[in-house]
Design a binder for this molecule. Structure first.
Ligand code: AMP
Length: 462
């Protein structure tokens, strides 16, 4: 039982004041373990998922260590980059820097976030004014280095946050280039939700005699998350998903697809069903992504659909449900995905829709988490009219048509030549526009009679 307080961790009054104002009373386990080690100056290899309080675990001791250099001088020379936090995605970058600002509210330390996808010129003047704590995605940081808008030769602390995801996203070459620009003498902290062989290699390369801490078993899934698998034909997943959403009282559901095309397509499909859904993916502008996230956080959008990359780092408190519309082929991604729910002691549900083709991935996941997930077979009967010829109905058989339509930007046909089970399947895929206006959807759906479909769940014989 962890009964120590933040004051026991010998944090400065400026930091304690900000924590009290944030309503934090006791450190989370990762904070209780990491803060003393970071204050001692150790390198750290920490296994912790998002939702464990890992951001404060590195930001709080970072602030404490930088406080002696805090300055109210306006001179940029007095505000060199002293701490660099590298993160894989823009959303995580924004969130981490928001946390830095919250915890550093009473410290005279400056922070800034830089990420790609926005005009670099808007970031440069802020960088040139000087910041002690810089949160960055690797590619954009290197752009700034090339433009000479930032110098990294006074960095004394480096954080690699969600290091496993950085490797997955192919940031290794960028990381190596950045590391070569930093002073050799520095403290390094690495955070990762999973400990793959690759991560161990990275830690051996970049950390010096690191202390190893883990708040949960590596590759374990949160204990307060109820997991469930529905075995279902790929073609029936949409009907089942709509049914699960209707039958659930969850106010916020995060749905994962494998590709961004599938995320956009599913968002449109659910909107047609009257669900306030939106997609968050890399084809959207930064502003659209932030708007989609804000709408989800405020409850205007109840179902957010995304890929692993887009959903990475989303900090949504108490997310009650995660649904894997398609399960990931990399089992570690499953751990990341379901880490979105059941956070900070809350209970959560993680549901996976698994087609026969995906069962091999499910086996890998169960091997990794050392748990057999309870399964049910979902039988989704269709009304005779609703049932499409099998080939036409099947996700894979319609995908090339939708993608072709997207590429050629073909105008939406006035009327489908051949009626299918749902007119949506006859329309070309539209990348984002309509998905950004979910508020209108329930109205549209109200004009259209609801499709009569029922799902019967049969427990799988063991
Ligand atoms: P993170 O794992 O850093 O993404 O943090 C997950 C959530 O926990 C964030 O919303 C934090 O604001 C919150 N949090 C972090 N530390 C504490 C704490 N000691 N007490 C209460 N909430 C916390």
């Amino acid at each position: 039982m962890n009964t120590i307080s933040f004051a026991d961790l010998k944090l400065a009054p400026e930091i304690l004041k900000a924590l009290t104002e944030s309503g934090y009373t006791i450190p989370t386990p990762i904070q209780a373990q990491a803060i003393p080690l970071v204050l001692e100056g150790c390198d750290l290899m920490a296994g912790a998922q998002t939702g464990t309080g890992k951001t404060a675990a590195f930001v709080l001791p970072m602030l404490q260590k930088l406080l002696p250099d805090a300055s109210s001088s306006a001179s940029p020379a007095r505000h060199p980059v002293r701490a660099l936090i590298l993160v894989p995605t823009r959303e995580l970058a924004i969130q981490v820097e928001e946390s830095v600002k919250t915890y550093a509210k009473h410290c005279k330390l400056r922070s800034l976030v830089v990420f790609g996808g926005v005009d670099i010129k808007t970031q440069t003047p802020h960088l040139k004014r000087g910041v002690e704590i810089l949160v960055a995605t690797p590619g954009r940081l290197l752009d700034h280095v090339e433009m000479k808008s930032v110098q990294l030769n006074q960095v004394q602390m480096l954080v690699l946050d969600e290091a496993d995801r950085m490797l997955d996203m192919g940031f290794m070459p960028d990381l190596k280039r950045i590391l070569a620009l930093l002073p050799k003498q520095r403290q390094n902290l690495m955070f990762s939700a999973t400990f793959s062989g690759e991560i161990k290699k990275l830690s051996a390369e970049f950390l010096t005699r690191p202390k190893l801490i883990e708040v949960a078993r590596s590759n374990a899934t949160a204990e307060n998350v109820t997991q469930k698998v529905y075995l279902v034909e790929q073609a029936d997943k949409h009907v089942l998903l709509a049914q699960l959403l209707r039958g659930s009282d969850a106010t916020q559901v995060l749905v994962f697809t494998k590709t961004k095309v599938a995320a956009g397509r599913l968002a449109k499909q659910l909107q047609k069903d009257g669900v306030a859904a939106d997609a968050i993916h890399g084809d959207k502008t930064q502003l659209e992504r932030i708007q989609a996230l804000d709408a989800f956080k405020s409850g205007k959008v109840t179902v957010l659909i995304g890929t692993d990359v887009a959903a990475r780092g989303l900090d949504i408190d108490q997310l009650p449900m995660v649904i894997n519309y398609e399960i990931p082929s990399a089992p570690e991604d499953y751990v990341h995905r379901i880490g979105r729910t059941g956070r900070a002691g809350a209970s959560g549900k993680a549901i996976s829709l698994v087609s026969p083709e995906e069962e091999k991935y499910l086996k890998e996941i169960e091997k990794l988490i050392k748990t057999e997930i309870p399964k049910e077979t979902a039988v989704v009967p269709h009304t005779p009219k609703a049932r499409a010829p099998r080939g036409e109905h099947h996700e894979r058989s319609r995908a090339p048509r939708a993608e072709h339509a997207e590429r050629s930007h073909a105008p939406r046909p006035a009327a489908p030549k051949k009626p299918s089970h749902d007119p949506w399947f006859d329309k070309p895929y539209e990348p984002s526009g309509a998905a950004a206006t979910p508020a209108k959807q329930p109205e549209q759906a109200a004009n259209k009679p609801k499709k009569e479909v029922a799902a019967i769940f049969v427990r799988r014989p063991s």
